[in-house]
Design a protein around this ligand. Structure first.
Ligand code: HQG
Length: 168
């Protein structure tokens, strides 16, 4: 579902609309075509119990989308919010030199992903090896005019983080 709803809806011959939605029926049919048994109840359960609440239905459950994490350019109507003083970003050693030079950039996604707690950032970094945690001076960034968004599922997002706002 992350592949379809964030990166490559073409794998089931579907397209995301400008706000990232696809019709629930199209998603179900597409997943079934891949040989995976799924019905509305199972999809409800996935949306409900997914550990990061990655997916959300619209009000009448006729459409579904990922709440963040896209590489496809869509507008998921992110809410602008004021972050806590510090946010965290989990990464790995091999990226550090470039990050210190360029800051954090979205790479293949639409935003830089940040977490409000160390534990989440540690999990994010651990996907790639021994995690390195960077402290992001979010309050200073706000004071300097940068914008932050909080996704439906509680991930902090911003367009970039310059090196001067990053502490290791
Ligand atoms: C790194 C998962 C070199 C950055 C996670 C990261 C998260 C740079 C990688 C969400 C760089 C991008 C996002 C620069 C950033 N030079 N490397 N200038 N700037 N990087 O996967 O933050 O499970 O796009 O440190 O839990 O790792 O999919 O971002 O290592 O919330 O829901 O480039 O994805 O969520 O990798 O993870 P990603 P991320 P889900």
């Amino acid at each position: 579902m992350s592949l379809i709803l964030r990166h490559n809806p073409q794998v089931i011959g579907a397209e995301l609309d400008e706000n990232g939605w696809i019709p629930t029926e199209i998603l179900l049919a597409g997943i079934r075509k891949k040989g995976i048994r799924i019905d509305h109840d199972l999809l409800d359960e996935v949306v409900e119990t997914n550990n990061k609440k990655r997916f959300a239905f619209n009000a009448d459950k006729t459409k579904i989308r990922a709440s963040q994490g896209h590489s496809v350019k869509v507008d998921v109507e992110l809410k602008e919010e004021t972050p806590p003083e510090i946010l965290y970003h989990g990464t790995v050693n091999k990226f550090l030199d470039t990050i210190k030079e360029q800051g954090l950039i979205p790479m293949n996604r639409l935003h830089v992903h940040l977490s409000k707690d160390l534990e989440t950032a540690t999990n994010v970094g651990s996907r790639r090896g021994k995690p390195i945690i960077l402290k992001i001076m979010a309050r200073e960034m706000i004071q300097d005019g940068y914008t932050f968004y909080l996704s439906e599922n509680g991930v902090w997002l911003t367009d970039k983080v310059l090196p001067e706002y990053i502490k290791q």
